[in-house]
Design a protein around this ligand. Sequence first.
Ligand code: ATP
Length: 235
Amino acid sequence: MLEIDELSVSYGAVRALDGVGITVERGGITAVLGANGAGKTTLLRTISGLQPARAGRISWDGAELTGRAPDRIARGGVAHVPEGGGVITELTVDENLRLGALWRRDRADRAAARKEVYELFPPLEERSAKPASTLSGGERQMLAIGRALMSRPGLLLLDEPSLGLAPLITARIMGILRDLRASTGLTVVLVEQNAHSALSIADRGYVLALGKVVAVDTAAELLADDGLRHAYLGF
Ligand code: ATP
């Protein structure tokens, strides 16, 4: 379980997160929604150890993450796909994937993880020797997710995977995430401005506004709440 309690994060005088509490059950998909600047990216960066917390606690699987270095958090099974994916366009698809498991010692294990990723995303296997710069936006997002999966994480943090993608491609990526959760029991935190897509696969959702949680409910209830949708979710 991911437990975030009273988390506050500031950039100088800007309070990006203010007493945020979030609980994510193992094997669940939780959507974190909200407008530009609500604090969504900051939340993921703080879970990953890339941004220090000013106050509060974060734990995953009973282990305290707050104050730990990002590499230790990653080794503890937390993988982060940043906004835009962070794919290295000069490297091939295969090289990008290998980067995701550099620190895993067991070669057979790395090869098995790569095989699984290619099974999950066949377009990546077809283009494995091509530079990542030749991929479409959707394929780059697949590569970014695939690279994160190379470490066989227990917790996957995804920052706006639908950004800039056509609706059909977004739906395909959401479908893959849903299947992945079903087949591996992966726990997913999905940050999205595209609330409708995210709620279509999430169990639960949190809505952030100006660094605070303003709503938390099942995905079905959030989708059905017209007032909330109009006020915060923009659809
Ligand atoms: P977006 O969808 O634009 O990424 P977000 O919900 O992810 O928005 P954050 O990027 O976490 O929001 O930003 C939360 C607040 O913190 C905003 O007011 C933003 O301007 C501010 N902020 C974010 N990063 C920095 C930074 N490096 N320095 C100063 N202020 C920042």
